[in-house]
Design a protein around this ligand. Structure first.
Ligand SMILES: [Zn+2]
Length: 292
């Protein structure tokens, strides 16, 4: 008895709490150039709930197959709900749209509370085109939203031009990012799937285990972090103060050959330097780890 977690790359995890099976994000069906994570959505036979952090393809894509095969209920943003219902023909009664502050019952003794969150600043060009987490980045403060959208278009081009068919799922961008606090008799787990946060919200949370994203230019209360992605993570871990941290999203999830980190050594070193109490739990794809 307890809570087991398996990581399937990017920010996709399978969480088992006694008889309850929860997927955190659903991106399993990756391009051939991305490392194999050992599981595809067609092979998922059991799932009660899917919690989706935001509507981008590398988080939401695959949820429709898992729902169809298992009858799972998805909890996610109103944009995630629109994509699933209008574009993927998922029945309304399999989707619970949320915006943050909702508290939901997942079983007799497991609950999840939803909080508003923020996406990383993907509109900011990365150094050399590589989004390395160790690279310190400065500037880009106070930029109007319309100018951010133009920079985003310049960086990624139009969705229609993408060779990735699942880009059809993202006409409204990230759809508003969410984060989740799962509470159980064994302890609590905090999950977010992109590198941004409202500091006043996460400062109030007190999870035992934090699952955090490690990729992109960090977003603190709407503005880009002035420093590296590692600096952002230290700030985030300091605010949450969990006993254990599990990092995701730093792998080569898109098969581009440019992961945000090669390994977790720079994060471990920074944790030691900053004197934070959190232990890093390093996970291999598909390896089952008891976290509580
Ligand atoms: Zn995203």
């Amino acid at each position: 008895m307890g809570i087991s977690i398996e990581w399937f790359g990017c920010s996709t995890y399978r969480l088992k709490i006694d008889d309850l099976t929860i997927f955190l994000d659903a991106y399993l069906d990756r391009p051939a150039t991305a490392p194999d994570v050992g599981l595809v959505t067609a092979d998922v036979t059991e799932c009660d709930y899917i919690l989706v952090g935001h509507s981008h393809w590398d988080h939401l894509w695959g949820a429709e197959t898992i729902i169809q095969n298992t009858g799972a209920t998805l909890i996610g943003s109103y944009e995630t709900a629109r994509v699933m219902i209008d574009q993927e023909n998922i029945a309304e009664n399999h989707i619970i749209p949320v915006a943050g502050t909702e508290r939901l019952r997942l079983s007799d003794d497991v609950t999840v509370t939803v909080f508003p969150s923020l996406h990383s600043h993907i509109w900011i060009p990365t150094q050399n085109g590589l989004g390395r987490l160790e690279d310190a980045c400065f500037g880009h403060e106070g930029v109007f939203h319309q100018d951010r959208l133009e920079l985003l278009e310049n960086r990624f081009g139009s969705r229609e031009a993408s060779p990735l068919p699942w880009f059809k799922q993202t006409p409204r961008g990230d759809g508003g990012a969410l984060c989740y606090l799962i509470e159980s008799p064994y302890g609590s787990i905090f999950f977010k799937d992109t590198m941004g946060h409202y500091s006043n919200i996460i400062r109030e949370l007190d999870p035992d285990v934090a699952l955090l994203a490690a990729a992109g230019r960090g977003n603190i209360d709407g503005e880009p972090v002035q420093g590296s992605g590692i600096d952002f993570l230290m700030d985030e871990i300091g605010l949450l103060d969990p006993a254990s941290v599990i990092l995701g999203h730093y792998d080569d999830f898109a098969g581009s050959g440019n992961p945000a980190l090669d390994d977790l050594e720079p994060v471990k070193q920074a944790l030691t330097t900053t004197n934070l109490r959190a232990d890093i739990v390093e996970m291999e794809f598909g390896e089952l780890t008891m976290v509580l």
